[in-house]
Ligand binder design. Structure first.
Ligand code: NAD
Length: 329
């Protein structure tokens, strides 16, 4: 069935990939973002280059279409160099919370609650810091979210907005889905504009390094993460949207790897020998890995592509950007 779908954040990394997949499935896709996609033309049927902090504009967009589904991916966000340095905290909280307030309220006013499905992209950053101190043994099961203690204001905003979506679900009978993304990576993500995440930043550093070069890594390097390739994320988002889930679920990989190990993996895949130099820098929590028990139990989903394949695709894309002299913005 052809659906009419709104993607908020359609100019972003995950939004661009999601739009492409929804279009390939034959849906009518309306996109909105404050900027166009950085690395390709959008495939949306219609693209509003607009600011979702503007409540009148959001209202206008909802008044123009009858949406079957809304994917809310827009946020003021970036990697550790953006969300853990402090100076962006007020903007992050204000901008992302305003976007979520506007989108939900317009969705409530302009759509029939029982027929609309609305997806919200939360983050692993909303989990309590005290469960992520041990690199080898982080605890990120969904039911550990409270008592809340995220390590960043970015995480607090995500937690607030999760609650906002759940409240609209309860009070206005809206069909709300929430996923907590864990480090999504792949081609067409930011790689050199200050908003890049660890996999893209490290692929760039390795790609630009001389053979036997030195790679600087923020923090001690034994901090652990898990990384989910973008195609798996896009599939997971839609599986969650199609499900009857009513509670937030993790969407990530369970393959835990330290940041230093990730550098060595990228170097090995690109046939380079590098030396790691761990330096002071924003590093986030010491251990973070997706716990996939709930999503496996509820909708029988687990990622099946290995990290190496995703890294190869991402590295090749970033190398191509560097070789063709593409400047990020
Ligand atoms: P992204 O920064 O590439 O995409 C977000 C998009 O939102 C950007 O294109 C940006 O221009 C847009 N946006 C920001 N402010 C806006 C505004 N006022 N009006 C309209 N558009 C605006 O990030 P992404 O990696 O694609 O992430 C998508 C969502 O997933 C975000 O909500 C993010 O917090 C969440 N998330 C991502 C990850 C990850 O690893 N990429 C992890 C956890 C959560």
């Amino acid at each position: 069935m052809n659906k009419t779908i709104l993607v908020c954040g359609a100019g972003g990394f995950i939004g661009t990939h999601l739009v492409n997949d929804l279009k390939a499935k034959g849906h009518t896709v309306i996109g909105v973002d404050i900027k166009h996609p950085l690395y390709e033309d959008t495939r949306c049927n219609e693209f509003y280059k607009q600011d979702l902090r503007d409540a009148n504009m959001v209202d206008f967009i909802f008044s123009q279409h009858e949406f079957d589904e809304v994917y809310q991916l827009a946020a003021d966000m970036g990697g550790a160099g953006y969300i853990f340095v402090g100076e962006n905290d007020a903007d992050i909280m204000h901008n992302s919370a305003t976007i979520n307030l506007n989108v939900l309220e317009s969705a409530r006013k302009h759509t029939v609650a029982s027929t609309l499905k609305i997806f919200y992209s939360s983050s692993a950053c909303m989990y309590p810091e005290h469960n992520q101190l041990d690199p080898d043994n982080p605890d990120l099961a969904e039911d550990t979210a409270y008592p809340a203690n995220p390590d960043s204001d970015y995480g607090w905003e995500k937690l607030f907005s999760e609650r906002l979506y759940l409240a609209y679900g309860r009070c206005y009978n809206m069909n709300v889905k929430i996923a907590r993304f864990h480090n999504i990576f792949g081609p067409q993500g930011s790689w050199n504009n200050g908003k890049e995440k660890a996999p893209a930043a490290l692929c760039r550093k390795v790609a630009m390094a001389e053979h036997d070069g030195v790679i600087e890594v923020w923090g001690p390097g034994n901090q652990t993460r898990s990384f989910l390739f973008i195609d798996e994320c896009v599939e997971g988002i839609q599986r969650i949207m199609e499900s009857d889930l009513t509670e937030p679920v993790n969407l990530g990989s369970t393959r835990k790897i330290s940041i230093n190990e990730l550098v060595l993996l990228i170097a090995e895949r690109s046939n380079k020998r590098v030396t790691i130099k761990n330096i002071d820098g924003p590093r986030g929590v010491m251990g973070r890995t997706s716990d996939n028990k709930l999503i496996k139990e509820k909708i029988d989903w687990a990622p099946d592509e290995d990290l190496e394949t995703g890294i190869d695709k991402t590295y090749r894309w970033i190398l191509g950007q560097i070789e063709s002299g593409v400047e990020d913005v």
